[in-house]
Design a binder for this molecule. Structure first.
Ligand SMILES: NC(=O)c1ccc[n+]([C@@H]2O[C@H](COP(=O)([O-])OP(=O)(O)OC[C@H]3O[C@@H](n4cnc5c(N)ncnc54)[C@H](O)[C@@H]3O)[C@@H](O)[C@H]2O)c1
Length: 236
């Protein structure tokens, strides 16, 4: 496949290494100085966007307008998700979005929902989420932490929203975000009672796990129409 990389930072470079090791070519590398607005997208089979929150929507629209399948890992643009989804369906395009492309985190998403169902009757436990990332991360909380919170809200009848701070408000889940060093991404969901603590935790050891998932999604998406995520990829 001939792949366009939209965003050529830490993730873009990691994806390039994985894609070339799987015999793909990189036909285009876009960044803040060389954006999609002036790019020639002909001869590209799929675009992979790991850029910045405020450019993702424009990048997706540009790819949909020329029927180029696009895989998006950029986080922090979810307020526009419904608009983008409608456009994808209307244009019969192909869009793949995941807040986290690592296999381990997607197993954690599944385990998080199962554990929440088990914990639902046990109201003596208070649930909270913590995430730690490197200091250059622009969005907070992480897209992964938001997906974990949504999994809790779906399965815990006592919870209906999340806040990106320590909160004891009824119905609210605390998401505590830390920004330090070069941490690629650590997430934990913790249930605390007066007698014990139960913790579900994922620690990324580097960025390769995210990059492999994004390249596998790029191999899977062409030829499909609609909006897809990791559940669709992992089930097939
Ligand atoms: N979904 C996942 O699994 C996952 C994993 C890691 C990171 N991320 C997300 O991916 C994004 C990128 O992360 P990173 O660590 O590579 O960041 P980074 O800062 O290292 O790289 C960002 C890149 O985007 C480029 N860019 C800026 N404006 C642009 C524009 N208008 N058009 C094209 N490119 C533009 C920058 O020049 C840079 O090359 C972030 O949103 C991060 O949260 C997602």
């Amino acid at each position: 496949m001939n792949i366009a990389l939209i965003g050529y930072g830490k993730m873009g470079k990691e994806i390039e290494a994985i894609a070339t090791s799987r015999d793909h070519t990189i036909g285009l590398r876009l960044d803040s100085a060389n954006t999609i607005d002036n790019a020639d997208l002909s001869n590209i089979d799929a675009a992979i966007d790991f850029s910045v929150p405020n450019s993702a929507v424009n990048n997706i629209k540009a790819c949909l307008s020329v029927k180029l399948p696009i895989i998006v890992g950029t986080t922090g643009w979810m307020k526009n998700f419904e608009e983008v989804k409608d456009l994808c369906i209307h244009t019969q395009g192909a869009l793949f979005y995941a807040s986290n492309f690592s296999l381990g985190v997607n197993i954690m998403f599944n385990a998080n929902e199962k554990l929440a169902r088990l914990m639902n009757p046990h109201t003596s436990y208070n649930v909270s989420i913590e995430e730690t990332h490197h200091t250059e991360k622009l969005d907070s909380p992480s897209g992964t932490a938001i997906t974990l919170a949504e999994g809790l809200i779906k399965n815990l009848s006592s919870k209906s929203k999340w806040e990106n701070k320590e909160t004891s408000e009824d119905g609210s889940i605390s998401i505590i975000s830390h920004r330090e060093g070069n941490v690629p991404g650590t997430h934990s969901v913790s249930y605390d009672s007066s007698v014990d603590n139960i913790e579900l935790k994922h620690t990324a050891k580097g960025r390769a796990g995210f990059a492999i998932g994004a390249v596998v999604a790029a191999e899977w998406l062409p030829g499909k129409k609609g909006v897809f995520t990791m559940d669709d990829l992992l089930e097939n």
